[in-house]
Design a binder for this molecule. Sequence first.
Ligand code: IYR
Length: 226
Amino acid sequence: MSTKLIEGHPFVAYHRTTFDADTMLARSREMFEWMNARRTVRDFSKKHVPREVIENIVLAASTAPSGAHKQPWTFCIIENPILKKQIRVAAEKEEYKSYNGRMSDRWLKDLQKLQTDWHKPFLEVAPYLIVMFKRVYEFEEDGHKNNNYYVQESVGIAAGFLLQAIHHAGLVTLTHTPSPMNFLGDILGRPENEKAFLLLPVGYPAEECWVPDLQRKTLDDVAVFY
Ligand code: IYR
């Protein structure tokens, strides 16, 4: 591997496999079709998933680009049924308040097609919960705080990578956002520089698994070519 120093900083030569136009066309189409088959799932099986699969999925997510390569994220992986129960109870408490007063009528109406409510049984059924925390700042060795850069963007991209890795493994997930989410940091004993970002149950779909019949926007709906 060839390396060199630029202004004293190590660089490595980067070589990427490239493809001819036909191969690219086929690969890009296959990738789209594969991603288009992903659905958000709320009906999970209890079936065990090997821990190493989850480790690989998290490693894949952590390859996401991030501001100044700070990788400002922590993934908490919860298998312990007592913790899962605590998380379910706390999430349902917040969600109950959201569905019964905090969310607007328009919002509740928009959610009717998804048929969600404050009950969150999947938080105990799925074999794993992954909680993504964003690391708003880091504690330096001398104890002072340094903000990370583009934290929201970086963690959002890592979440996308995580979803893709979960889907690629043949598993399913849900981007669950109980609101407010502070209870997750409390239950998991996270440090004050970490704020909960997403809660994802991960596992196999239940044998009987239903998802809403949603259509995705077309290319014309979402893209403008200049
Ligand atoms: N966080 C709530 C409500 C909810 C909000 C949106 I926007 C959704 O797309 C789905 C659900 C819940 O998880 O039920």
